[in-house]
Design a protein. Structure first.
Length: 255
């Protein structure tokens, strides 16, 4: 059995589909993915789409995006494996469609575990609906649902080797907090001071940022496990642990 991690599948989300390259725009000859890779921010892409009279919902190929994500996960995670999903399963779509997408994964429900993201309908920070009403639906897709979770790290020989924290969000004190984050999301960001062991920082595994690198908060012993950081594929727990060991060997993570 192999343990895998991922986050931010964003099934049904037109903007993310476009940013990831699943986008049909023959009229303007540009695409959102190339703009993102050129360093153009998401708000700027929104502005470009508005000025160009482009509707992301109309031209983003969300169906192809979602099929790609499902196939990508299935190419790695088998029916005998375990999958930790660190949140934002879907967005801008209904719960029925989310369940349909998740039902196509090879890994069974009893081997799937959700760490809630801010776009999941069971997220306590949501104000548009009652999160508790959606728990039964998410339990059709995952065997456990948590906001944060501790799991065992593994050593080179496969033995237990300390703890890891799983959360959708990065550390509270390493993130640029805009007004939206301060008002609604900041209470859900983990506080680093609470997660120390024997004077050393317990590493954090997170999603949320959509960074295309895993080490944006390397000095804080936090590693991004989202799809965008790992070639649009889930990542093995053993790969995460070996990466963290390399960081420690390089002298990071001793704060």
């Amino acid at each position: 059995m192999t343990v895998w991690l991922t986050s931010d599948t964003h099934f049904g989300h037109p903007l993310l589909a476009a940013l990831r390259g699943f986008y049909n725009d023959t009229k303007n000859g540009r695409n959102a993915r190339s703009m993102r890779e050129a360093g153009i921010s998401t708000p700027q892409i929104y502005d470009w789409a508005k000025r160009s009279h482009i509707s992301m919902k109309e031209i983003a190929d969300t169906e192809e995006h979602d099929r790609f994500i499902i196939d990508s996960i299935n190419s790695c995670v088998s029916s005998g494996d375990t999958l930790f999903h660190l949140g934002d399963v879907s967005f801008r779509t209904g719960i029925e469609y989310t369940i349909e997408c998740m039902s196509q994964l090879d890994v069974p429900v009893e081997s799937r575990h959700l760490i809630i993201g801010n776009h999941d309908k069971c997220f306590r920070g949501n104000t548009k609906w009652s999160p508790s009403e959606f728990y039964p639906f998410y339990l059709q897709m995952f065997s456990t649902i948590d906001e944060t979770l501790k799991i065992d790290s593994i050593s080179k020989d496969g033995a237990k080797d300390g703890e890891l924290i799983l959360c959708h969000f990065p550390w509270r004190d390493t993130t640029v907090h805009d007004e939206h984050t301060r008002e609604r999301l900041l209470p859900f960001y983990p506080d680093r001071s609470r997660y120390m062991s024997h004077g050393r920082q317990i590493p954090l595994l997170y999603g949320h940022t959509h960074a295309d690198i895993c080490d944006e908060f390397r000095d804080e012993m936090a590693i991004h496990v989202g799809l965008d950081a790992w070639g649009m594929k889930p990542v093995r727990l053993e790969t995460v642990c070996s990466t963290l060991r390399l960081w420690l060997d390089d002298g990071n993570g001793n704060s």
